[in-house]
Design a protein around this ligand. Structure first.
Ligand SMILES: NC(=O)c1ccc[n+]([C@@H]2O[C@H](COP(=O)([O-])OP(=O)(O)OC[C@H]3O[C@@H](n4cnc5c(N)ncnc54)[C@H](OP(=O)(O)O)[C@@H]3O)[C@@H](O)[C@H]2O)c1
Length: 392
């Protein structure tokens, strides 16, 4: 991580003037010292003590088949409360619908699930697209505790859980199918219940902040490159190489799939970051049109939504992976599947330092500043991952 973020890149979006300036150093420090709980509480994010908008019983009755008899859990820590602090929205809409509540019921674990005490969570564009109601037809019922990505500690295990145990430090994307019935109780709360198969042990060399930013993005990067058939010796162009997904695609392409040449697009201030991640050709999209380059690529990975241009940059017979927006042949779109086994496989590369997490230096945002964190992500210029820590 230090190697990545010590690079002097001059992006205007990374002006280090946020109120959480202590967290804006270009290297990460221990999460335990960064945002003391007292400073978090002062922000007043959970002053709703007397008027909880979604009191505990409300969330309990509408839990999207997550409730289970407590007998499903075989090991229960006596310190687990029945209610917790969590961010909740009861209507679809802009960031204004997000409310910090302190009487959200702690989800019960099903047989194949563990309860995770959340240490850090990360935001993904799917979180705000879901909140905006863009896939309400397949969403779980409102109200919703948002959040897909989590890193934390297992505090309770279901009766059919095979490998994980209390005290394990884990990370993962809690929703197997991103758009199909994502959990009503997400990771932006003190506790979240997750199927064991969606989690992996946290890489030993990473802290919770770094780990929380990885799951959905790195699984998307991996699955896209695998579906594209990227193999050793091939070339790849990544559109949006400095974003949450793109910053991992460029690294996995080289380190895991053996690409011989990696090109990527970003704005001027992020080109040095791209090079520090191993990119051979960093293209400034504010000055150059990648689709007009003479060089063509075996794989184009579009994390921006430019498929119409992406297909002009691929070699004949090559693959164009599309994450968002309209699809032009031969481009293909897929939706990521969360899979703890993929994280386990990638742990080798993370623990060796070959693949590095990129945490946006504007954060991590304390739990009470979730609205600011979402606003920042939604502006579309994050560098790597927007992480929320500590919780709470
Ligand atoms: N289908 C799936 O399963 C799946 C999974 C994950 C994500 N997605 C989607 O994929 C997209 C990317 O996700 P993400 O998490 O990587 O988002 P993100 O982190 O918010 O991406 C932000 C990055 O995009 C870059 N960017 C914006 N416009 C660009 C352009 N014209 N050319 C090059 N880079 C540009 C920004 O760089 P600058 O500041 O330099 O502009 C910034 O670094 C989102 O739409 C998301 O919903 C889909």
């Amino acid at each position: 991580m230090e190697a990545v973020l010590s690079t002097q890149f001059t992006n205007p979006h990374l002006s280090l003037s946020s109120s959480s300036s202590s967290s804006l150093k270009p290297t990460l420090v221990s999460f335990t010292t960064r945002f003391p709980e007292t400073s978090c509480r002062r922000t007043g994010g959970w002053r709703r003590k007397t008027q909880p908008r979604f009191p505990l019983p409300f969330l309990r009755i509408s839990a999207n088949s997550q409730s289970a008899p407590s007998s499903a859990a075989t090991a229960i820590s006596s310190s687990i409360p029945s209610a917790m602090k969590g961010w909740v929205y009861g209507d679809y809409g802009s960031v204004e619908v997000l409310k910090l509540e302190e009487n959200v019921s702690v989800p019960e674990v099903k047989e194949d699930q563990v309860l995770v005490k959340v240490a850090a969570a990360a935001l993904n564009p799917v979180d705000f697209k879901r909140r905006q109601g863009k896939f309400k037809a397949t969403d779980s019922p409102l109200p919703t505790v948002p959040g897909y990505d989590v890193a934390g500690v297992v505090v309770k295990v279901g009766s059919q859980v095979k490998s994980l145990k209390e005290g394990d430090e884990v990370y993962g994307d809690i929703n197997e199918k991103a758009l199909e019935g994502p959990k009503q109780y997400g990771s932006l709360a003190e506790y979240t219940a997750v199927e064991e198969k969606l989690l992996a042990l946290k890489p030993k060399n990473l802290d919770f902040i770094q780990a929380a930013g990885l799951p959905l993005a790195i699984e998307t990067a991996y699955e896209g490159l695998e579906r594209a058939g990227l193999s050793p010796g091939k070339s790849v162009l990544v559109l949006g190489g400095a974003g949450g997904v793109g910053s991992l695609v460029v690294q996995l392409a080289k380190q895991v799939f053996g690409a011989s040449r990696v090109a990527a697009t970003a704005s001027t201030g992020k080109l040095e970051l791209l090079k520090s991640l191993g990119v051979d050709l960093a293209i400034d999209y504010t000055k150059e049109n990648f689709e007009e380059l003479a060089e063509k690529f075996d794989v184009v990975y579009d994390a921006v939504g430019q498929c119409d241009k992406a297909v002009k940059a691929v070699k004949e017979g090559g693959s164009v992976v599309v994450l968002t927006g309209a699809v032009t042949p031969p481009g293909f779109r897929f939706v990521v599947t969360s899979n703890g086994a993929v994280l386990e496989k990638l742990n080798t590369y993370l623990e060796s330092g070959k693949v590095k997490p990129v945490v946006d230096p504007k954060g991590p945002f304390p739990f009470s500043q979730l609205v600011q964190a979402f606003s920042y992500l939604e502006a579309g210029h994050a560098t790597g991952k927007v992480v929320i820590h500590p919780i709470p």
